[in-house]
Design a protein around this ligand. Structure first.
Ligand SMILES: *[C@@H]1O[C@H](CO)[C@@H](O)[C@H](O)[C@H]1NC(C)=O
Ligand SMILES: *[C@@H]1O[C@H](CO)[C@@H](O)[C@H](O)[C@H]1NC(C)=O
Ligand SMILES: *[C@@H]1O[C@H](CO)[C@@H](O)[C@H](O)[C@H]1NC(C)=O
Ligand SMILES: *[C@@H]1O[C@H](CO)[C@@H](O)[C@H](O)[C@H]1NC(C)=O
Ligand SMILES: *[C@@H]1O[C@H](CO)[C@@H](O)[C@H](O)[C@H]1NC(C)=O
Length: 594
């Protein structure tokens, strides 16, 4: 039998320390490990899943890697369906002779189906995937091979894709002679997002550019603009290369500049597209800067160029019907990668997260509020309100430290899909009743997905309530709450025995304490909640116990007990102990052995 006293028990608990005020807005208010998190199970554990795609035409979530593709119908089954793409074509029995294709591009197609490219040895076939998973509307392209990890864009009959270390390519589904490729680059570029401008005449590329200098590596965040109807230059200069691409720099900083852009998400507003760019710095601090596409295109249209030899007759970057007829002077200027003098400044931000290392970003818009979903380097996900910055929740979808490979928001269903190399989990973003069952708790969650409808904390999607119902004033007198609480639980504890009371902790921003009769008592913080410990029961421990939480001036009785000493000396498990027995936590077994 393990001999143990309460002091060593303290050490067993993983103590949740009080959050210091400077870190408060960065510490998640609630932690979610199970509620609303569903796991999809794959037969093979070695899938190398890197990409999540949703298709609006059939409400399917696709998850793939270069050798495998699964479809998931979240409303029907938690078992992903492996799509038979016949990637390997057996040539006889000897498997060494088999020719295998690689999945080189996955995205939503123009008609809401999945658009997929398969490549081998530099040649590529791209198709839509029909309703029975059969490839339709295929076209082939020689000497062009996309990469599944890179961003892409499909507008009408043009496919835009990135080749690592090369840049932006465009191929025309219908015309093999209408392909455009980039000029060789002196720098290392990581492309993060391609988007079409509002008028679908320009394509914008967001990328991080790495320069090697004496002082080490230097990153610059960039946006470039190219005309979709670019036909390339003439046979002397820039033939089949971009003649319209102009470049700018995305600035993100305040006290110090964030320069390494690592992911980009966009949302459409009434007449603009907002670009949410996630940055990190050398110390792995994170920042998000928000840019407007209207502003980006305004600067491209109006800023001076950072060059002296600007052609006087044609503004570089302006779209023309036939770029092959541009003058040698203009083409020569375009070849040198023209850059604007005015940088793009963020409309909002930097939203600073000094204590978190984020890796991916997705953005949702609810009731005029923006919610950011940011994956953590450790495998968690933060749900963050943009304005003012507030970390609503930390989801821990994986049981251990995991590298997240892709994240996808299904904005219509308010579900977030997160993949690791061999797992996919779904997070329900509308678990409003988990915040608690009163108006103040619902409001304190600050979750734009949730609203108090007068009866319960419910999702904004299902609620008819238009305006936020303001709760009654935060409780000044706890007696009012007290009346609403059901009668306290009666507990009989044998003399001289050890006992404890547990108060479940929901908000990590709240402080919890026990009140014994009218005397405040400290609590022992743990993962499970806030404990009140009794070393050896005697009559002075008898009486009324209330656990009260305080958050932003709002006090609430979380649990309440009436303790009395039993006459019997018999040891029996008290209800609080039984409660702990049911929870599956290793430390609990140790508690029971003393
Ligand atoms: C996959 O499809 C090909 C033809 O499309 C077929 O020959 C093959 O048997 C299928 N494989 C499986 C495992 O169903
Ligand atoms: C930043 O994070 C990366 C990846 O986890 C790690 O290798 C690196 O050491 C970190 N840098 C600093 C300065 O902590
Ligand atoms: C670009 O600027 C020109 C004049 O400088 C103006 O006529 C044109 O409408 C502008 N285009 C856009 C897309 O703002
Ligand atoms: C303009 O170009 C010069 C020389 O390449 C560079 O040092 C400077 O930083 C650039 N200015 C802007 C505003 O990009
Ligand atoms: C009960 O136990 C506590 C702590 O051991 C002690 O301080 C207190 O005096 C005891 N009360 C009685 C009535 O024995």
């Amino acid at each position: 039998m393990l001999k143990m006293d309460w002091t060593s028990l303290y050490a067993l608990f993983i103590c949740v320390s009080y959050v210091s005020s400077t870190k408060l807005h960065e510490a998640a208010r609630v932690k979610v490990t199970h509620a609303g998190i569903s796991r999809f199970s794959f037969e093979n554990s070695d899938n190398n899943l890197v990409k999540l795609v949703s298709t609006s035409g059939n409400n399917i979530i696709w998850v793939g890697g270069s050798t495998v593709l699964y479809s998931i119908r979240p409303t029907q089954s938690f078992k992903p369906h492996q799509v038979n793409l016949s990637l390997c074509e057996d040539k006889g029995k000897d498997s060494h002779n088999s020719l295998c294709l690689r999945i080189s591009l996955l995205r939503e197609g123009v008609d809401g189906n999945l658009f997929i490219c398969r490549s081998h040895d530099g040649n590529t076939e791209c198709c839509d995937l029909g309703s029975d998973y059969s490839p339709i509307k295929c076209f082939t392209s020689e000497h062009y091979e996309p990469d599944i990890n890179e961003p892409s864009l499909l507008v009408n009959n043009m496919l835009y894709f990135i080749k690592p270390e090369k840049g932006l390519y465009r191929i025309n589904k219908n015309d093999k002679n209408d392909n455009i490729w980039p000029q060789p680059s002196q720098t290392e570029q990581t492309y993060l997002k391609l988007i079409a401008g509002k008028d679908e005449d320009k394509v914008y590329s967001f990328f991080a550019e790495k320069y090697k200098s004496k002082d080490g590596e230097k990153w610059i965040a960039r946006v470039s603009q190219s005309c979709m109807n670019d036909k390339g230059g003439n046979k002397n200069l820039l033939q089949s290369s971009w003649t319209s691409t102009i470049y700018n720099r995305l600035f993100c900083g305040k006290e110090y500049e964030f320069t390494q852009m690592i992911d980009v998400a966009t949302i459409e507003t009434d007449n603009d597209i907002k670009i949410y760019a996630l940055f990190k710095n050398y110390w792995n601090m994170s920042a998000v800067c928000v840019y407007s596409l209207t502003e980006i295109s305004r600067i491209f249209n109006s800023s001076e160029f950072n060059a002296t030899n600007v052609p006087p007759t044609h503004r570089p970057g302006t779209c023309v019907p036939d770029s092959t007829r541009l003058s040698t002077e203009v083409l020569g200027f375009m070849k040198d990668r023209p850059e604007m003098k005015d940088w793009v400044k963020p409309e909002n931000g930097p939203l600073l997260f000094r204590h978190h290392h984020y890796t991916h970003i997705q953005v949702d818009r609810v009731r005029d509020h923006t919610v950011l979903l940011l994956s953590l380097e450790s495998g968690g996900v933060h749900k963050v309100r943009e304005d003012p910055v507030f970390v609503i929740a930390e989801y821990l979808p994986f049981p251990r430290r995991t590298h997240i490979t892709s994240m996808l928001l299904d904005a219509s269903e308010k579900r977030l899909y997160v993949s690791s190399s061999n797992e996919v989990v779904q997070i329900d973003l509308q678990r409003c009743d988990d915040y608690g069952d009163d108006c103040n708790q619902c409001t304190l969650s600050r979750d734009p997905h949730c609203i108090w409808n007068g009866l319960q904390c419910t999702s904004t999607a299902t609620s008819q309530v238009q305006d936020i119902i303001s709760c009654e004033k935060p409780q000044a007198s706890p007696s009012k709450t007290e009346n609403r609480l059901k009668t306290p639980e009666l507990l009989h504890v044998p003399p001289s025995s050890k006992h404890f009371l547990l108060c479940p902790v929901t908000s990590l921003h709240a402080t919890y304490h026990w009140i014994h009769d009218e005397t405040p008592e400290d609590c022992v913080q743990s993962e499970l909640g806030c404990f009140y410990l009794i070393y050896s029961m005697n009559t002075s421990y008898e009486g009324d116990y209330r656990c009260v939480s305080s958050e932003e001036g709002y006090n609430r009785i979380v649990s309440q007990y009436q303790l009395s000493m039993s006459r019997s000396e018999a040891i029996r498990l008290s209800p609080a102990l039984l409660l702990l027995l049911t929870a599956s936590h290793v430390t609990l077994l140790l508690i029971l052995t003393f």
